[in-house]
Every structure is written in structure tokens, then in C-alpha cells.
Design a protein around this ligand. Structure first.
Ligand SMILES: Cc1ncc(COP(=O)(O)O)c(C=O)c1O
Length: 394
């Protein structure tokens, strides 16, 4: 494990690809990472191509997007045509909710609203899973499950607390209880390993603004192809058919694979999708030395090392950390609860340190300071936080 970490020059990667880190102490990947230079170059190349040559190279854009689909498929261990690109998590969840028959859903009590919003609006009966010390253990999930429960919706990593679910145990539970297993991977995608098959995931969705760091506008939706043995893909358009350039308006004979739901069957948002490719190329080529899985594992180890270091350095202060601290449940997010969170946050801003200020949904006041470390962070970032906290005698 140590060898893997040693082989990646994280400081060089930070310097070469993340200009924002030269300007700011940036510890808020869970809100959004800064764009990396590879993603930026791909996006700019797309704009320049359109500027200088118009639509001459659209086939090349398509080819590149499909190459990236293959990379993502290798990362999460599925077939490329089981992946559709959509603009964000909410659009993906809309699509999924309309594909499923109305039935009871269960979800963690602090689940991010985008995971469940449309299910609730469409009238899916819903029940919350209540945690033990902010952990959604299988026993907690069991308690919320009844004979009526048919669907489980769960973030791999909880946005508020950073609790990382054990996807393998969750997948086994879903299989044993015949639940459709829907994972929102927004807070882990691109930074933690995911294996669709081993973890028995039926549907997975993630936006790529956060840990992948390619800006707004692209999300990845995986749907197990078995879903379409009896169903048709719910959203389609002229590009969802074989030979769309025949422009045959009689042809509504769609190809029944998730891939053909891309951008709801119409012209793709190439700018965002090519930036997404840039981010994955960076992970695969520079961090994984040619291997996407290795790149992800290296990032996972780096993040866990950074958060461990952060926690060690936080021990000198009297802080209430609401993130479950067992290694099994740890992610890139560490959340601290403090009654003076707003003042501390302001002081961070004055010192050019950017984290996320949050509150419990039912609270009036912001009491949560969320630190989220991605692979581009380093020990110096942590030391700057320590310096500020020392200055206020916390
Ligand atoms: C877990 C999670 N899901 C979804 C989103 C965002 O949803 P959308 O992509 O629909 O804007 C966020 C954060 O913004 C999030 O933390």
C-alpha cells in the first residue's frame, strides 16, 4: 500500500493540474472541486473546435465520450452500454423513478434531498432509516424494512456527516430482502472504489462536480441491463434508434440499453462530457499509471491518509466530530459541530481557507463545519486550519 502512494507525485499533480490551489486553501471537494487542467483543456479544445471549425469534428467528440464511458465502466465494473450520461443527479433520479412501479422506499434519515425528491413527489410511500451514532448499520436498515419495502435509496457517502456505507454488506442485505438497490455515489465517485457486481448495485448515479472535479453539467447513471429485459428505457429521442441519421420519423424502435438514454436521446452536452473525460484521463494516466482502478485506489488511500492526519491534528482542540471515525466508515468528509461555527467559518474565509458551512435541516443556525479533502490537498492545508483554530483558543 505504501509503495502505491509513494509512486504518485501528489505535489507535482497539485502544481501541474490545480491552479486554484495556488490561490486558495481549498478544503471543500464535497461542495465542488476546482476544475483540473486536464478537464479544462478538454473543455477548451471542444470550444475552440466549435469556434474554428464548426461541427466538423462531432464524430470525434462522440468517440471520445464513448472511450470515457469504457473507462468509467472499468472503474465500476459494468458494461459500457449500461451507462448513460445525464446532466445531474436530479435528472437521473427523475428518469429512474419513472421507470419503477410505485412501491415503498427506505432511505437514511439525513439522505441528500436529490436522492428522494422525485420519488416522494410521485407518491412512492417512504420511510426513513434511523441511525446509531450517525451510522446506518445493517441492523438499522433491517428495522426500517418491512414486507412492503421494495426499494432502498442510499448515498455511498453521506454529504452531511461523511458516513461511508459498506456497499458490500448493503448489497447482500438488498439481495436477501429482494430490494432494488439504488446508490447515490455523488460523494464518493472518482475517489473511492465501487464494484457494481460485488456490491450488488442495481442503479447508481453520481454527478461529477465534486470529487471528479470537472465542473457543472455531467452526471453518470448506471442501470443494470437486466432491468430492460422486461422494460423499455423510459426516455428516448431521435438518437436512441439504430441509424438515426436516416432521419426516419417513423422509426421509434429504440435500442433498449441505458446508453441510448444519453442526454434523453437528443444532442449531447459535449462540453461537460469532454471535461469529464479529461478528469478521468488524469486519474487513469497520471494517478493510476495507465490503470483506472489503480488510480481510484491510489486516490482512496491518499484521502484516507489526509483525513487521518487531519483528525490527529484536531486532537489538540476540544471539538465535537459528528463523522463516524471507524476506518470502515470513513470518507473524504469530516464534519465538526460547534455552536460558534459561523464565526469560525468567517475567520477561515478571512484567512483564505474555504470549507463548507452547514446546518441540520431543522435548525435555524449553522453549526456544522464540513471539511472535505480530495487528492490535491496536502499537509500544509491542514496546518493552515490548525493555525487559525489555535489563534482563537478553541
Ligand atoms: C449526495 C448528493 N447528491 C446530489 C447532489 C446534487 O444533485 P444534482 O446533481 O441534482 O444537483 C449533491 C450535492 O450537491 C449531493 O451531495
Amino acid at each position: 500500500m505504501v509503495n502505491i502512494i509513494m509512486s504518485v507525485d501528489w505535489e507535482q499533480i497539485r502544481k501541474e493540474y490545480f491552479p486554484a490551489l495556488e490561490l486558495h486553501t481549498y478544503i471543500m471537494a464535497a461542495s465542488a472541486s476546482p476544475l483540473n487542467k486536464r478537464a479544462y483543456d478538454e473543455g477548451i479544445n471542444y470550444l475552440n473546435t466549435m469556434l474554428n471549425h464548426g461541427d466538423m469534428y462531432y464524430e470525434k467528440f462522440k468517440e471520445d465520450v464513448n472511450k470515457n464511458r469504457e473507462t468509467i465502466a472499468k472503474y465500476i465494473n459494468c458494461k459500457p452500454d449500461e451507462i448513460a450520461f445525464v446532466p445531474n443527479v436530479s435528472s437521473g433520479m427523475n428518469l429512474v423513478a419513472r421507470m419503477l412501479d410505485i412501491a415503498e422506499i427506505i432511505y437514511p434519515s439525513v439522505e441528500f434531498p436529490a436522492s428522494v425528491h422525485i420519488f416522494k413527489r410521485l407518491g412512492f410511500p417512504s420511510k426513513k432509516i434511523m441511525p446509531t451514532n450517525n451510522k446506518y448499520l445493517i441492523k438499522n436498515i433491517q428495522k426500517a424494512t418491512s414486507a412492503n419495502t421494495k426499494i432502498l435509496i442510499h448515498s455511498h457517502v453521506q454529504s452531511l456527516t461523511g458516513y461511508r456505507q459498506n456497499l458490500e454488506k448493503l448489497g447482500t442485505f438488498c439481495k436477501q430482502n429482494s430490494l432494488i438497490n439504488i446508490i447515490n455515489a455523488t460523494q464518493s465517485f472518482g475517489s473511492f472504489d465501487i464494484d457494481i457486481k460485488k456490491e450488488n448495485i442495481d442503479i447508481l448515479i453520481s454527478n461529477s462536480l465534486k470529487w471528479v472535479g470537472c465542473g457543472y453539467g455531467a452526471a453518470v447513471l448506471y442501470i443494470n441491463q437486466n432491468f430492460f429485459s422486461e422494460r423499455e428505457i423510459p426516455f428516448s429521442g431521435w438518437l436512441s434508434v439504430d441509424d438515426p441519421f436516416a432521419m426516419d420519423n417513423e422509426n421509434v424502435d429504440i435500442i433498449n440499453h441505458p446508453q441510448f438514454m444519453d442526454t434523453f436521446g437528443g444532442c449531447p452536452n459535449y462540453g461537460a462530457l469532454l471535461a469529464l473525460k479529461g478528469s478521468f484521463d488524469l486519474i487513469k494516466e497520471r494517478i493510476g499509471l495507465g490503470n483506472i482502478k489503480k488510480g481510484i485506489i491510489n486516490i482512496q488511500e491518499r484521502i484516507l491518509w489526509l483525513t487521518e492526519l487531519f483528525l490527529k491534528k484536531m486532537r489538540e482542540f476540544d471539538l465535537k466530530i459528528i463523522t463516524p471515525l471507524e476506518p470502515e466508515f470513513r470518507s473524504g468528509i469530516i464534519t465538526i459541530e460547534h455552536e460558534n461555527a459561523e464565526k469560525i467559518y468567517d475567520l477561515f474565509i478571512k484567512n483564505n481557507i474555504f470549507i463548507t458551512l452547514k446546518r441540520y435541516p431543522s435548525a435555524i443556525k449553522n453549526t456544522l463545519l464540513r471539511f472535505s479533502f480530495n487528492y490535491y490537498n496536502n499537509e500544509k492545508d491542514i496546518d493552515k486550519v490548525v493555525k487559525v483554530l489555535r489563534s482563537i483558543n478553541i
